[in-house]
Design a binder for this molecule. Structure first.
Ligand code: DSN
Length: 416
């Protein structure tokens, strides 16, 4: 009965849900800017026997015996990541982007220290100081914003830095669509002797492909997820190219034993595979197409006079302000979902609704590009979204688009 050879198919309830989720992913257009599809190699690595092993500690310095091959895998993951990001130091153990940020703050800050981060409604991230997150509870966050031109307000950032003298400035975002002047922010950080941490979770794939400004030469610490534009397994990493061995040691011990226990070795195995995938020439072509697709989409919304929150896009996403259409993010998220188009509601600068309602939606192109959509399909989807926003109460229109979405998805299976 307690059979080691049990297969997932033997648990009928679970297997049915898995089949339904597979069908959902195949039949729906995924425009969530932070999601992607991992390769079959990554999926099987995550389901591999490396899940069985405890390996607290670091290479050649573990708290458990039997880590010979674990060490080989972690070594490979680190050396591939170093090559990919061109950095001196990498820790591949963080379970997620949030865990990576948690450990990075923990490495160099004390409870109550001041941090200057981007306001969530202006494009930042939950772990960059939201009051409902550990970051906002453990640290004293001050926020910089974007200006009316849709760019980071560097003047405000500098004034806040000089006034509050935070111990760290956090760069990076989850919905900002413009370029960042990393050099400028580092200069400000240097003036007040603060650490500069950049969370590149969203843009890692674009950065390593040379398609977005690279913060690595300017930041003391870089954090990232591995599953967004990078299209690897769900997970996090911390890196640095700053010449400071002591900092590297502090980060290692902040990950373990500071904030985590055993590393997820099956995930580290999958990260190693994804770094190799990202080192291939095809990967750069994929990132180029992500940019082409998002530009094909934004062009249609601009033509139809939609409000683009940060005016334009220089990465893989943009935010739409829906207030002009007397609707909300949650309403349009639901209407689009009824047509098998998946987006997420998103707060926008000076939003007067709460984060469960919001006045915007976020649109991203990494997942549709991964399944093979090009400009033609991206344009088509944009027209469908606009039609739904303008006819949000018309069930016939939504159902007709749903049928078209399914036909399009069938032509581009995710997993053949
Ligand atoms: N949830 C991710 C995003 O959507 O941007 C970040 O954690």
């Amino acid at each position: 009965m307690f059979n080691i050879n049990n297969k997932i198919e033997d648990d009928k309830k679970i297997f049915n849900i898995l089949k339904k989720e597979k069908k959902r992913q195949e039949n729906q257009i995924n425009l969530i800017a932070s999601e992607n599809y991992a390769s079959k190699a990554i999926l099987s690595a995550q389901g591999s026997i490396f899940t069985n092993k405890y390996a607290e500690g670091n290479i050649n310095n573990r708290y458990y015996a039997g880590c010979k091959y674990i060490d080989e895998i972690e070594h490979l993951a680190i050396s591939r990541a170093k090559k990919l990001f061109k950095v001196k130091y990498v820790n591949v153990q963080p379970h997620s982007g949030s865990q990576a940020n948690f450990a990075a703050y923990f490495a160099v800050l004390k409870n109550g220290d001041k941090i200057l981060g981007m306001k969530l409604s202006h494009g930042g991230h939950l772990t960059h100081g939201s009051s409902v997150n550990f970051s906002g509870r453990m640290y004293n966050f001050i926020y910089y914003e974007t200006n009316k031109n849709g760019k980071i307000d560097y003047l405000q950032l500098e004034k806040l830095a000089i006034k509050h003298k935070p111990k760290m400035i956090v760069g990076g975002f989850s919905s900002y669509s413009r370029v960042c002047n990393w050099k400028k922010i580092r200069k400000i950080a240097d003036k007040i002797n603060a650490y500069f941490l950049v969370d590149i979770s969203h843009i890692a794939g674009l950065i390593i492909s040379g398609l977005y400004s690279n913060p690595i030469p300017h930041a003391h610490i870089i954090t990232s997820t591995t599953h967004k534009t990078l299209s690897g397994p769900r997970g996090g990493i911390i890196m640095s190219n700053y010449n400071d061995e002591k900092l590297f040691k502090k980060i290692d011990s902040a990950v373990f034993p500071g904030t985590q226990g055993g590393p997820l070795m099956h995930a580290i195995l999958a990260k190693a595979i994804s770094f190799k995938e990202a080192l291939s020439n095809n990967f750069k072509n994929y990132q180029i197409q992500i940019i082409k697709n998002i530009n094909a989409m934004i062009k249609i919304f601009k033509k139809e006079n939609f409000e683009i929150v940060f005016k334009k896009t220089s990465n893989h996403l943009f935010l739409l302000d829906l207030r002009k259409y007397y609707t909300t993010g949650i309403e349009i998220e639901n209407c689009l979902s009824n047509a098998n188009i998946i987006v997420n509601k998103n707060g926008i600068p000076n939003d007067t609704t709460n984060f469960l309602i919001t006045s915007g939606i976020r649109i991203g192109s990494p997942a549709i590009t991964r399944r093979g959509f090009k400009e033609k399909e991206s344009t088509k989807i944009s027209h469908w979204i606009i039609k739904i926003i303008k006819n949000k109460n018309n069930k016939n229109i939504i159902n007709t688009i749903k049928r078209k979405v399914k036909i399009l998805c069938k032509k581009y299976p995710i997993y053949k």
